[in-house]
Design a protein around this ligand. Structure first.
Ligand SMILES: Cc1cc2nc3c(=O)[nH]c(=O)nc-3n(C[C@H](O)[C@H](O)[C@H](O)COP(=O)(O)OP(=O)(O)OC[C@H]3O[C@@H](n4cnc5c(N)ncnc54)[C@H](O)[C@@H]3O)c2cc1C
Length: 426
């Protein structure tokens, strides 16, 4: 039997659920198809040995669009902001991070001239007109924004920390700097992990009449006549939708459309590359060094942060949940064992003897953090969610012209829902 729906959403992650929740306000039949066993996509949190592990370090932006959009849907975001500070590591030497007034004055990383250059940057960051950076890469911008190599290297660290992108010579300065401005408004580590966002979105969607089908992979998306799209599932079943919102990555979308469908955006989708990293997610019964909660390396693309000091991330709230992360360059060849060793060594430096206290740990050598490395001019190709196939819309962290990560996923999910709602009203 062929099923017919007003709206079929491919993917039960943040983008798919946000779109479903906005659309559920109309009187439309909505189906979410999710290939995984569980919903949530990359915003999932796994409960392992009574510990809540996000898929790598996840920080929610207090001043971002995603927060206001989720709040508009009635989603509660409980958690605390991590203290700034911590250490920066350069060639095995540790320095106080100049991210707080105390760090700024006490650090031996910077001389006085560099300190002044750094403070000047911090004070003026919010007034940077990012529209003027449209034609520049992040690297070109950094070289103009700071004279000293030290301050330049701090800007690269900030760029990595906030955007996860580790390709300054490729990424768009406009997007990275505007994202950095958002993140500098502060972040939240969420109690119970990001699954709490997904659970609330899921419950509200289901209450609003949305149907969710897990374990269901879409294999093919085929336009049929002008007012329908046919979805072929991996079990051969067919589903028809008046509208389809695809929240998978751009390459997967191209694959599902196949070579016969001539979508003008396909060549742009094919050119995109992903932002990837390696994550070591760890829960310890206690921290060997409770004072050491945050570190970034300047000389290597490494991150360390204890999230449980600010968010409840275990059933009893007593353990320490932390993440160690390596930002991959798109051209990197990944040697999984070597990367694991690097992450463990970095953790050993921050928390000597951590293995003795281990409750659980999980290592993922390559995970997609954002489905699109944001490059110069991408925004012109992503102005609408609607594609040239009538009824087919895109959403996801890659599909937003001006944002990435959860900001991109949530705002593109809402945009797709709004465009469909407007079309229905006409
Ligand atoms: C290590 C890491 C750290 C991160 N840190 C942050 C952070 O600090 N701040 C931040 O804002 N963001 C962060 N992010 C990014 C954020 O998690 C993602 O941008 C967001 O969750 C993406 O949501 P999405 O809906 O676009 O995609 P996804 O979550 O990937 O959802 C897409 C869904 O589609 C499903 N799917 C794919 N193909 C098919 C198919 N053929 N049929 C059916 N279903 C399909 C997938 O299984 C998936 O569930 C991080 C991500 C990672 C991995």
């Amino acid at each position: 039997m062929t099923q017919k729906w007003d709206i079929v959403i491919v993917g039960g992650g943040l983008a798919g659920y946000v779109a479903a929740n906005f659309l559920a306000k109309n009187d439309l039949s909505i189906l979410i198809l999710e290939k995984g066993k569980n919903v949530g996509g990359r915003a999932r949190t796994n409960k392992i040995n009574h510990q809540y592990l996000n898929l790598g370090p996840h920080a929610f932006y207090k001043k971002g669009k995603a927060k206001s959009i989720l709040e508009e849907l009635g989603i509660k975001l409980n958690g605390k902001s991590p203290k700034l500070g911590g250490v920066l590591v350069e060639n095995n030497m540790e320095y106080a991070a100049p991210f707080t007034p105390l760090g700024l004055f006490s650090t031996s990383l910077l001389n006085w001239k560099e300190r002044i250059e750094w403070i000047t940057f911090i004070l003026k960051v919010n007034s940077i007109d990012t529209e003027k950076l449209a034609g520049q890469t992040f690297e070109q911008w950094v070289k103009q924004a700071a004279l000293s190599k030290k301050v330049q290297s701090l800007l690269y660290v900030l760029g990595r920390l906030t955007s996860y992108c580790h390709a300054p010579e490729k990424v768009s300065a406009k997007l990275i700097v505007s994202h950095l401005k958002t993140v500098m408004g502060g972040v939240l580590y969420l109690d119970g992990g990001w699954q709490t966002i997904i659970d609330q979105l899921h419950n509200k969607a289901v209450m609003g009449g949305v149907q969710v089908q897990t374990h269901t992979a879409v294999k093919q998306i085929a336009p049929v006549e002008h007012d329908h799209i046919k979805l072929v599932l991996s079990n051969g079943e067919e589903i028809h939708g008046k509208y389809v919102i695809c929240t998978t990555g751009p390459h997967e979308l191209n694959k599902m459309l196949g070579e016969k469908v001539n979508l003008p955006q396909s060549s742009f989708f094919a050119q995109t590359t992903t932002v990837k990293g390696a994550t070591l997610d760890v829960a310890l019964s206690q921290l060997p060094n409770p004072k050491r909660l945050f570190a970034m390396s300047i000389s290597d693309p490494l991150y360390f942060s204890v999230h449980s000091n600010y968010a409840r991330l275990s059933e009893d709230g007593k353990s320490a949940v932390l993440h160690v992360f390596k930002y991959h360059h798109p051209d990197d060849h990944i040697d999984s064992k070597k990367v694991q060793n690097e992450l463990e060594q970095f953790l050993e430096k921050m928390q000597p003897g951590w293995q003795k206290y281990m409750i659980t740990s999980r290592y993922i050598p390559q995970i997609i953090v954002n489905q699109r490395l944001p490059q110069i001019g991408d925004e012109h190709k992503l102005l609408r969610s609607k594609t040239d196939i009538p009824g087919l819309y895109i959403a996801g962290d890659w599909a937003s012209p001006h944002s990435i990560l959860a900001e991109g996923a949530v705002s593109s999910g809402r945009l797709a829902a709004e465009e469909i709602t407007q079309k229905e009203k006409r």
